[in-house]
Design a protein. Structure first.
Length: 463
C-alpha cells in the first residue's frame, strides 16, 4: 500500500486501537441514562467529558449547550475553508436504562471485553457512534493535520427519552447548524452485510389512566355493581387492532407515503437477512401482522404497541378487590409522511371514545414525538458511502429502512431542510437489552469505512 493521507489515517486508527479502547472504557463507565432523573448528574458528566475530548482534538466553540432537558454537546472544526462543504455529525451520548440488572453477566457500566465483544450499556447504542467519530477525527487530524470538510459536531443527550427538547433547540440554533449534509451516526450494520438506511419511522407515545372506585374495594361488595378499571383498560387495548394486527383507530394510517412498487420489491428482498438478524438476538420467533403486506413492509408501516400495563393485585395468591386504578403506556411508530400531532390526536380521540359515567379515562400524550423520514437514496453521497463500505467491509451494501426511530431526524429535516444519511458504528447486538455488546472487529471496520467516506465526501458533495 502506498503511503497516502488515507492509508496513514487508517493505519493510525489501527496502531492506536488499544489506547483508544481504554479511553472508550472511561466514557462507557459514565451511566448517562437520560430517561431517569436520578442519572441527571451523570448525563452532565458525560457531556463535560465529551467537551473536553473535543477540545483536546482542537475543535472550536466546544460546549455543553443547555436545553430544556439534557445538554447538546457541540463543537466545530471549520478550518477546511469556505470552499469546502460543512457537515453536521450527529450521535447520541445518552443510553437506555440498564434494567433488568440481574440479567447482565457483568455490570452494565463496567465495560468488559470477552471474545472480541465489548459488553456495556451504550457500547453500541450509541456511544459507539460518538466515540467512533472522535477516533476518526483524531486519526485524520493527527495524520493529515486537517479534516476533509468543515465539521459541526452535535451529540444529543436525550435521544433515548424521545428528544423532548430538541425541536425548540434546533429552531433556536438554525444559524449555528447551517450545513450541507447531516450524517446520523446511530445504529450499526450487522455482519455479514453492511447496509445503508434510507428511512426511519416516526414515533408518538401516550399514557392512559383509568380510575374507578376511590380506593381498592372488596369485590364481594363491589363485584357486579362497580365498573372495574382493569376491564376498561382491557377493552381499550383490545380495540386497537383487529385479529390480524391492522390498526382500527380511525385515521391511524393517514398521511403515510406509499412505497413504490419498485421499492416494495427491493425491500422485500431483504427479508431473509432481517429475519436472520432478529434470530441472532431472539432465537426462533413467530411472525405476526397485517395480511397483504410482506414482513419488511409491515416493519415500515404504522404500528401500535402497548409497552406496559398495570392495575390491581400482582402479588402471590388471591386478592378479592375491584382495583381503584389501571392504565397502560402505548407508542405508535409512524410511516414517513404522517404528522405525529395529527396521529396523536386521533389516538386520543379513539381512547376518549370509551368515556362513560362509571369510570374516568385520561390520556396524556407524551412530549416525545418525531416524524418518520425518507433520507438520501441515491446520488454521489450514497455512491461514496457504498464505496466506503466496500473498502471497509470488503462487501457491497444492502439498502434498507429501519423500523426504529430517531426523532431528531425529522426535526433536522423539517427545520433545516438538510440531506441526511446514516453511517453508524454500533455493530453488535442487544441494544436496549441486558448484555448489550459491540463487536470490536466490526467497530474497527466501521472506523475504516468512515475514514474512507469522510475522505471522499467533499468531492461527493460538491461534485
Ligand atoms: N438507535 C436507535 C434507533 C435505530 C435503530 C437507528 C436501528 C438505526 C437502526 C435509537 O437509539 C432508538 O432506540 N430510538 C428509540 C426512540 C424512542 C426512545 C423515542 C426507538 O426507536 O425506540
Ligand atoms: Mn440510538
Ligand atoms: Mn436506542
Amino acid at each position: 500500500m502506498t503511503d497516502t493521507p488515507l492509508t496513514q489515517s487508517l493505519e493510525y486508527a489501527r496502531a492506536n486501537q488499544a489506547r483508544l479502547l481504554e479511553k472508550f472504557y472511561e466514557f462507557l463507565r459514565i451511566p448517562s441514562v437520560s430517561t431517569d432523573a436520578a442519572y441527571q448528574p451523570d448525563v452532565h458528566r458525560a457531556a463535560e467529558w465529551l467537551v473536553a475530548e473535543l477540545e483536546r482534538l482542537g475543535f472550536d466553540e466546544c460546549a455543553a449547550l443547555p436545553t430544556d432537558g439534557h445538554p447538546v454537546v457541540y463543537g466545530e472544526w471549520l478550518k477546511a475553508g469556505d470552499d469546502q462543504p460543512t457537515v453536521i455529525i450527529y450521535a447520541h451520548y445518552d443510553v437506555q436504562p440498564p434494567d433488568p440488572l440481574a440479567l447482565w453477566q457483568t455490570p452494565p457500566f463496567e465495560p468488559e471485553l470477552r471474545d472480541g465483544k465489548l459488553y456495556a450499556r451504550g457500547a453500541i447504542d450509541d456511544k459507539a457512534g460518538v466515540w467512533g467519530n472522535l477516533i476518526v477525527f483524531e486519526a485524520l487530524l493527527q495524520t493529515t493535520g486537517a479534516l476533509p470538510f468543515n465539521v459541526k459536531v452535535f451529540f444529543e443527550g436525550e435521544e433515548e427519552s424521545g428528544s423532548p427538547s430538541m425541536a425548540p433547540f434546533i429552531t433556536a440554533n438554525r444559524e449555528r447548524l447551517a450545513a450541507d449534509l447531516l450524517i446520523i451516526s446511530d445504529g450499526g450494520c450487522l455482519p455479514p452485510t453492511p447496509e445503508i438506511i434510507y428511512s426511519a419511522r416516526g414515533i408518538i407515545s401516550a399514557e392512559v389512566t383509568v380510575t374507578g372506585p376511590e380506593h381498592d374495594f372488596h369485590s364481594g361488595l363491589g363485584g357486579g355493581v362497580l365498573h372495574n378499571p382493569v376491564h376498561m383498560v382491557a377493552k381499550i387495548i383490545a380495540s386497537f387492532h383487529d385479529d390480524n394486527g391492522h390498526i382500527r383507530i380511525p385515521g391511524a394510517y393517514d398521511g403515510s407515503i406509499p412505497m413504490t412498487e419498485a421499492e416494495r420489491q427491493k425491500f422485500a428482498a431483504t427479508e431473509d437477512r432481517t429475519i436472520q438478524m432478529i434470530k441472532q438476538s431472539l432465537g426462533d420467533f413467530r411472525v405476526w401482522g397485517e395480511p397483504g403486506f410482506g414482513f419488511m413492509e409491515r416493519s415500515a408501516r404504522t404500528s401500535l404497541d402497548v409497552n406496559g400495563v398495570y392495575g390491581g393485585y400482582q402479588g402471590d395468591g388471591v386478592k378479592t378487590i375491584i382495583p381503584a386504578k389501571a392504565g397502560f403506556k402505548v407508542t405508535m411508530r409512524l410511516a414517513p409522511g404522517q404528522d405525529p400531532h395529527d396521529i396523536a390526536r386521533k389516538l386520543e380521540a379513539h381512547v376518549m371514545g370509551f368515556a362513560c359515567d362509571t369510570v374516568d379515562i385520561a390520556v396524556k400524550i407524551g412530549k416525545q414525538a418525531g416524524w418518520g423520514v425518507l433520507m438520501l437514496q441515491d446520488g454521489p453521497i450514497i455512491d461514496a458511502l457504498d464505496r466506503a463500505y466496500q473498502a471497509g467491509w470488503g462487501q457491497a451494501i444492502d439498502f434498507t429502512r429501519t423500523g426504529g426511530s430517531i426523532p431528531i431526524m425529522g426535526m433536522f429535516q423539517r427545520e433545516l431542510n438538510l440531506p441526511i444519511t446514516v453511517m453508524g458504528f454500533g455493530s453488535g447486538a442487544l441494544a436496549h437489552a441486558p448484555n448489550e455488546h459491540l463487536l470490536l472487529d466490526y467497530f474497527q471496520r466501521n472506523i475504516d469505512t468512515a475514514i474512507h467516506f469522510y475522505h471522499a465526501l467533499p468531492q461527493a458533495i460538491s461534485g
